[in-house]
Ligand binder design. Sequence first.
Ligand SMILES: Nc1nc2c(c(=O)[nH]1)N[C@@H](CN(C=O)c1ccc(C(=O)N[C@@H](CCC(=O)O)C(=O)O)cc1)CN2
Length: 283
Amino acid sequence: MATILDGKALSKDLKIALADKVKESGLSPKLAVVFDPKNDGSRLYVGMKQRAAAKVGIATEDIAVADDVTTEAVLKIVADLNADPSVTGILVQAPLPEAVNDQQVFSAIAPEKDVDGLGAFNQGMLFGDQPGEYAVAATPQGVMTMLKHYDIDLHGKKAVVVGRSQLFGRPMAALLNNANATVTLAHRYTPREMLLDVLKDADIVVVGVGIANFITGDQIKDGAVLVDVGMNVVDGKTTGDIEFASAEKKASFITPVPGGVGPMTIATLLENTFAAALSQEKN
Ligand SMILES: Nc1nc2c(c(=O)[nH]1)N[C@@H](CN(C=O)c1ccc(C(=O)N[C@@H](CCC(=O)O)C(=O)O)cc1)CN2
């Protein structure tokens, strides 16, 4: 029977500690969120972030873009936010409308305000395992916080990341590599047989492909650590990319969906936002 990696409980403790730090700092962090209001998921998640931010003392400003917005128009919004000294963190909620080049927008955010760590500069710092303070993408960083909290050793372990998105898979692989795990990054072009072959010996499996129950218990080895980044809705129920019922019988640790990675994403974003405000105060 697997130990549950309880992201909901851990994120609550992190937010309580963060609220105290924000209060003691005397700072007024402000997170500007650029998002597509026509995207149901974005409306839900931006709302979750705004409510969580308010509870820890971080102000938010939301900027809704029109569904025919251009990349140039969003770049202008970001430029104005970069120049606004009252804004300490900028988040561009993915996905933006189809016509917009998300990565170009992410990389236009001033690195010191890029609290989602999705811009080229901060991603380059991560991939090069550079020293110093820089924001790392909230979901993978939240996963690392959870693994550390449960004393899960990564050094020399075999890790498989399934999915190579900018938001999750690529930075997740970099973080595990930086932690001295041996990392395989699988993706949509990884042949099924090859995926099954790497999964069967994996010590740690982190999945974020957006396919409900994509990984099942028979594919993983006894004692594996399973982290589910998936966020699917099946028959009105939020479901992960790992078939929990079969996987938790073999795993040593497993994240639930909901209640695992998701809440850690939000808590980590808020920690990144406060860290950015602190850093700007010092410089
Ligand atoms: N710029 C970004 N865009 C997106 C990110 C991101 O980190 N940065 N991540 C996802 C969505 N996401 C945050 O934005 C997110 C998704 C889910 C949750 C969460 O707590 N989910 C709950 C369940 C909620 C439900 O019932 O549907 C849980 O897992 O317990 C938080 C944040 C895409 N875009």
